[in-house]
Write a protein that binds this ligand. Structure first.
Ligand SMILES: *Cc1c(COP(=O)(O)O)cnc(C)c1O
Length: 360
């Protein structure tokens, strides 16, 4: 069988080129005769790699100088508590747009740390599918310490393609869409992402934090989650996840070689529209999301007859198309087509779906 295409939502596929490089230098990194996993994070050679990773990410996302780039522990969900603890006092009001399942988790976590978590709006069912409550309907607070949303809801396949126009500092959970297309970082207060969708290994997270939001952590914030401490310590207050940092560094270099986020954005839009076009052209498959709110990273789809789901997944796997089972909360199928997924993977999926429909 030729190499499979892996549509897993996360941990997700990484570019083969990167995995090969990691394999080749696994036992002998930088001619040291030992692995990157076996070296002190304080060693100048590791620090050089870590700093280059930060610089590459800054270049890729055009991150302005008044933002800190933090390499954190605890994945995406670690940031669900880090955000309220770091940038809202316990008596604060914070605004959350409930875009879907991950937003919902973020809201429940924030409730532990701030007095007033105001949900300004949620997803809505329209005749053309699931959408988000329109901006005019949001019940924003006057004094919110921040406004939080998830621009790409990984499970629901719902995306908000415009950056919301609000007064409070915007905090965005970009776990599943960071680096997927160009972005104006200067519109945000905090951008965070668990690494395992579009960057590298799980358990690792990136937080991009505007300087003026530092220095306000609640007194009982755990030190490893304190943005101000981590900024001061260059994300090495304690031992960072060195292997994840290293692998992420390789991915950033790979992204640069691909032409950066502009090239990725063009490619990602092309991949997604090919898949949506096919789904829309068929009565056998459907996507539940309003066309204006469709994700370019996670494409959920349903079979008209859900009794065929099992066969679909089994045959897809036999054809080398892996990880297509929808999230356990919503069922159906989901194709995650992050940066590392080539167009050939989408072509193979569409071909398989067409064949499956024909035979059914
Ligand atoms: C996967 C995901 C998370 C959770 O990430 P963990 O690293 O498992 O904590 C949070 N938010 C979004 C949008 C995600 O896709």
């Amino acid at each position: 069988m030729s190499a499979p295409f892996n549509f897993s939502a996360g941990p997700a596929m990484l570019p083969a080129e990167i995995m090969k490089q990691a394999q080749e230098e696994f036992l002998n990194w930088n001619n040291l005769g030992i692995s990157v996993m076996e070296i002190s994070h304080r060693d100048p050679i590791f620090i050089r790699m870590a700093e280059q990773a930060e610089q590459d990410l800054r270049d890729l996302m055009a991150i302005p100088n008044n933002y800190q780039v933090l390499f954190m522990h605890g994945g995406g969900r670690g940031q669900f508590s880090a955000v309220p603890q770091n940038i809202a006092g316990p008596n604060a009001t914070v605004d959350y747009l409930n875009c879907g399942i991950w937003s919902d988790f973020a809201i429940r976590e924030a409730q532990k740390y701030v007095q007033q978590v105001n949900v300004v709006g949620a997803s809505v069912q329209t005749e053309q599918g699931k959408a988000l409550a329109p901006r005019e309907s949001w019940q924003l607070s006057d004094n919110a310490a921040y406004f939080h949303y998830c621009p790409n809801e990984t499970v629901d396949g719902i995306a908000l393609h415009e950056i919301p126009d609000v007064n409070a500092p915007i905090v965005a959970d970009m776990s599943s869409n960071i680096l997927s297309e160009p972005l104006d970082v200067s519109r945000f207060g905090v951008i965070y992402a668990g690494a395992q969708k579009n960057i590298g290994p799980s358990g690792f997270a990136i937080a991009i934090v505007r300087d003026d939001l530092l220095g306000h952590a609640q007194g009982n914030t755990s030190t490893i989650m304190d943005y101000t401490v981590q900024a001061k310590e260059r994300s090495m207050y304690n031992t960072p996840n060195t292997f994840a940092w290293y692998l992420s560094a390789l991915v950033f270099q790979w992204l640069k070689r691909q032409g950066g986020v502009e090239a990725m954005g063009r490619m990602n839009h092309a991949k997604a529209s090919k898949l949506y076009q096919y789904i829309d052209s068929s009565d056998f498959y459907s996507n539940p999301v309003h066309p204006n709110y469709r994700s370019i990273m996670n494409v959920p789809f349903l079979l008209a007859d859900e009794r065929l789901d099992g066969d679909f997944l089994k045959q897809a796997e036999q054809a080398g198309l892996l990880g297509l089972k929808g999230h356990r909360f919503v069922g159906g199928m989901r194709a995650s087509i992050y940066n590392a997924m080539p167009m050939a993977g989408v072509d193979a999926l569409v071909e398989f779906m067409r064949e499956f429909e024909r035979k059914a």
